[in-house]
Design a binder for this molecule. Sequence first.
Ligand code: NAD
Length: 349
Amino acid sequence: MSIIRDMAERDFEQLVVCRDRARGLRSVIAVHNTALGPALGGIRIKRYRTDVEAAQDAMNLAEAMTYKAALAGLRLGGGKSVINADPASQKTRDLLIAHAEYINTLGGRYIPAVDSGTTVADLALIADHVPLVSSQQRDPSYFTAIGVFSSMQAAVQQANLGELRGARVGVQGAGHVGMYLVELLADAGAKVVVADLDADRVRMACEKYGATAEDPAEILAADLDIAAPCGLGGTVDEQAAETMKAPVIVGAANNILADAGVADVLTRRGIVYVPDFIANAGGLMACEAELRCDDDGLEDRVRRIGDTAAQVLREAASTQCDTVSVALRFARERIAAAPAPAPGPYFPR
Ligand code: NAD
């Protein structure tokens, strides 16, 4: 019952709970809002303790996609799907096809893309069963890293730290996005500190880009100018927010703040936080460009994420509001002002 109440309170359009016993599928497709266009969002494959937990994660991620698309100026809505399975041992062709068949029942309201636990090859397989699928041609992580980097440049200005050259930046999670970010930061002359649960990723960041290693349990509390959570979400909880030394937080992870109250703690402590749904929108922009088969100006548009970040940081500082509330207000204003959708499909095929 609480999920139904949650749907109403957060104004969700649709939640599809999928089961296919024969093919071992337990998944959820969450469509939050399609006022601006069809809901584009990744397929996450992860082992959740319960299906309720899976549904809640899908909803949190889908809602963030709505705001991400709106602030990135895209004519897309917000959605996400999660398959409750271990990607290493339970991801089979049949499992993916079973999920794809459920996606197809939505008639294009939800456009799948890559996410944690899925690959470009998985999306290509899904495209055999769903007419419109993104991330079939490339992993969008590079573009995500560019947007995070541009947001860091804006945050550094706002926090009066000067520039990224010489800044101590702690990257928590040197995966697809994190490693590109380490490279961009090293090129910009930042002092990069890296932590990852996977020792090989840390070694690679140190050997290739001159980063130094930190313990994953210590990185957010370390002596940093910028903390960059780029692993999974929820790593900045109230305790971390109360104790961290970094005056700036900008990262790629979705839903970095463990709960809504954390934004207030950051504001009270004067920590400049660029909301993740602004900073990590570069991947979504790349997925949207892929659907339109048009990369013209993509990298420049992704770099302009820094302008959006700067606008939100300035407004938050001048109104004494937290940055998440300001970003949500801007996003909701854009959604409310959305023109009626043009007839016919937005992405012609
Ligand atoms: P990834 O799985 O390639 O990398 C994540 C890395 O973080 C892994 O190397 C993992 O070992 C490490 N990690 C996980 N938990 C950690 C912890 N507690 N401490 C240190 N390291 C930890 O994922 P990715 O594609 O790089 O995405 C990273 C984050 O960014 C995810 O939250 C994802 O949802 C988000 N994101 C990614 C994209 C994209 O384009 N890939 C776009 C938007 C948002």
